[in-house]
Every structure is written in C-alpha cells, then in structure tokens.
Design a protein around this ligand. Structure first.
Ligand code: COA
Length: 373
C-alpha cells in the first residue's frame, strides 16, 4: 500500500484586518442606532436594549485580538455590518476559488510542482459560494490540474476530513497527488450584530498537497495515522440553504447565519477531542511525550489550553501548542493548517506532531505526522 505524505502547505492572508477595538466601536455604534430606532418599544418594555460589546471580554473569553477580512469597510460600517463582495460575472473566477488558488499556488511552488502534476482537487470548507459547479472543479480548472475534483463540507473539521480523504485516495491508488484547499470567508456567515459572537471569525485560505511517498519532495511529512469522528449536535448551527426560499418569511432570520451555544460547545467538545487524541495515540503506539507539537483548531484559546493540558497531563507551552487565533481569529477549517504552516519550520527528521480539528457537527479529526529527511 502506498503511504501518503503531506508534501507542502500554502496560506493566503487577506490584505485587510479589523482589530477588536475597531470591531467593538462599530458594534457599539450599531447598538446605539438600534436602541434609538427601537426607543418606543424599549420604553414600553417590549424590546430589550442592546448593551455594548467590550474589547476586554473578547480577548479574555476567546484569545482573539484581530481578524483578517476580505472587505473591511462593510464589516465595520454600522449601517451595513456585513462584508460587501460584489457578484462577479460567470466568466471571472469566483472569489472563493480565487483565494483558494492563491493558497494552492504557494503549496505547489513549495513542493516544486505545477498544477498539471495534481490529479485530484478537494475543496474542503465550511461554506461553498454556490451550489454548483463545485468550487473544487473551478480550482482544478484554474490551476490546470488533471483528474477529478469535488467539494466537501464538515464545518471546522473540513481540512482534517479532507486530508484523510486524500490519504485514502493515495493508499488505494485512485490518485497520487491530491491538492486540498480550504477557502474560508467566514465573515460571510458571521452575524456582526450578535454581541455574543460578532468577534469570532476571520477570513483566510489554506492549501495542503497530499502525495504518494515515492514522489514526495524532501522535507515532506509522513502521515502516520488519521482518525475522524462525528456526533450530531445542534449547538453550532447555520440554517442557511437552498430550501430557505420555500419559507421566504424566514429569510434574514438570525438562524440563517452562524449561531452557537458557546458554553455547551466548550463543555462537550473539550473532553471529546482530548479522549479522541488519546485513543489515537494508543492505536499508533505513541504517547503524548512523542509529540513535539499540536497544531490545534483555532476557535478559542481557553479550549485549546484545556485540550492540550488533558493530553499532556500538564499545561502546554506556546511552542507545544501554538496560537494563531490572536491574529487570525477562528478561520474554521483553516485554523489548524495555518498553525501547521506557520509553526513547523523548526521540525527535524523524525519529529512528530498532531494536526487536530473540531467544530460543528460535532466533528473532529486527527492527523499525526512525522517530518521526513
Ligand atoms: N462583550 C461583553 N460582554 C459579553 C459579550 C461581548 N461581546 N458577549 C457576551 N458577553 C457577556 C454575556 O452577556 C455574559 O454576561 P452575564 O454573565 O452578565 O450574563 C458574559 O459575557 C458571559 O457570556 P458567555 O457567552 O457565557 O461567555 P463565555 O465565557 O462562555 O464565552 C465564547 C463565550 C463563545 C467565547 C465561549 O463560550 C467559546 O468560545 N465557546 C466555544 C465556542 C467555539 O469554539 N465554537 C466553535 C465554533 S467552530
């Protein structure tokens, strides 16, 4: 059986960013406008006034300090509170495919490949821009790849599910060079008028090239083992979908964007992920001390601290469990890949690490890797 490796990764970071202070200022201005508009209802006791958001709360509750976005002006305009990304003609590459291609080009060039070396493309992300044609097929066309392409959505776990899918293609021989892209324009599904969650997400794209070991470039990453898990939960949900037009009165309701029961998510997902990592370590005949680093999903700094602590039996250092969400916020499936991309340059041959995701579904995935010579 051919062994799969990660040959390279790529990262596209949007040019614009929004600090917590800028985000809170726009939210508070929106809340003041809303309160003024609903003054009569508030005075009659039929509406609750909106209270201000705070920079201190956001940083303490989540660890997020800033986020990159594809369109800053719309997001921070109290009269809009959403990104403004104009529709493009069908003849032009769509924006989700465009950022995926930017990340893909970096991954390909780091591995010394061109698009024509790729024989399968997976677009694995929380939100696809349209129903069809698949985003992955557009990316395949844009980079000149051969073979086949398709989209897959497992929310925040899309990338690890994509890596296992690609690894299985390599193991079975149905492809030899698989490009997986994770374009995440999370600002599109974020409700910037919801005080509980308006700070959570950012935009980015990542790419991972998974290939057969016999064609891997030097310095690639052997995939030691992958494991996936899902367990149904309504605690993170987004009801946006093509059937919304069959109940037009609900279009625009808050449940057609990201909503969550953050505390329940925290409570339920931390033990699920920690025990999954432990079982997979056991299955692979490894212990936590064999891991030089864990590149965890980047949703919440406190969650990551607890998961790492449960796995290691002590608090993890920043080197052992690096954080990127302070700068990027939660970028859904891309988060653990950004961490891996930015914090793996010091690995020596034989060093081992873990890419781990978790999120809506619930879903969770582990990818154990070892740096090769
Ligand atoms: N500014 C100021 N205060 C805020 C606030 C804001 N933006 N949002 C909420 N608060 C207040 C609440 O009103 C509440 O006040 P109260 O105690 O007077 O009622 C208090 O802060 C605590 O709110 P809560 O929502 O319980 O906060 P939390 O400590 O649970 O943190 C999350 C919220 C969302 C950051 C946290 O639960 C979390 O990250 N959970 C995991 C989420 C996750 O990873 N989701 C995955 C998506 S893929």
């Amino acid at each position: 059986m051919t062994r799969p490796v990660i040959s390279s990764t790529g990262l596209f970071t949007p040019a614009e960013s929004v600090s917590n202070a800028e985000l809170v200022a726009s939210y508070n201005a929106w809340a003041d406008l809303w309160n003024a508009d609903h003054r009569a209802e508030i005075e009659a006791g039929t509406a609750t006034p909106k209270t201000h958001s705070s920079v201190e709360f956001i940083e303490k509750a989540s660890g997020i300090k800033s986020r990159y976005v594809m369109n800053k002006s719309g997001v921070i305009d109290p009269g809009i509170m959403a990104p403004r990304l104009p529709e493009r003609p069908n003849e032009e590459i769509s924006i989700l495919a465009e950022i995926a291609v930017k990340a893909a080009n970096e991954a390909l060039s780091r591995a010394g490949r061109s698009g024509s070396d790729v024989d399968a493309v997976l677009c694995a992300a929380s939100n696809m821009q349209r129903a069809y044609p698949a985003m992955a097929v557009e990316v395949q066309d844009a980079i000149g790849a051969k073979g086949f392409a398709f989209d897959m959505n497992v929310a925040c776990s899309s990338a690890t599910f994509g890596i296992q899918t690609a690894a299985d293609f390599i193991r079975s021989g149905s492809a030899r060079s698989v490009l997986m892209v994770n374009p995440e324009i999370c600002s599109g599904h974020l409700n910037f008028t919801d005080r509980d969650s308006h700070f959570i997400f950012g935009d980015v794209a990542t790419a991972v090239l998974i290939e057969a070991e016999d064609m891997a470039p030097s310095g690639s990453w052997t995939i030691l083992g992958t494991n996936l898990k899902t367990q149904f939960s309504n605690n993170i949900r987004n009801n946006f979908g093509f059937l919304n037009r069959t109940a037009p009165e609900t279009v625009g309701a808050p449940d057609k964007l990201f909503i969550q029961e953050g505390r329940k998510v925290f409570r339920e997902v931390v033990p699920m992920v920690a025990s999954m990592i432990q079982s997979e370590l056991d299955r692979l005949g490894m212990s936590a001390s064999d891991l030089k680093r864990m590149w965890l999903h980047q949703a919440n700094a406190n969650m990551n601290r607890l998961i790492a602590e449960k796995v290691l039996g002590r608090e993890a250092s920043e080197t052992e469990s690096p954080t990127v969400l302070d700068q990027y916020a939660n970028t859904s499936s891309a988060g653990s890949i950004i961490a891996f991309h930015l914090h793996s340059g010091d690995f020596m041959p034989g060093d081992r690490g873990l890419i781990c995701s978790f999120g809506a579904g619930y879903s969770a995935g582990t990818v154990f890797v070892q740096k090769s010579a």
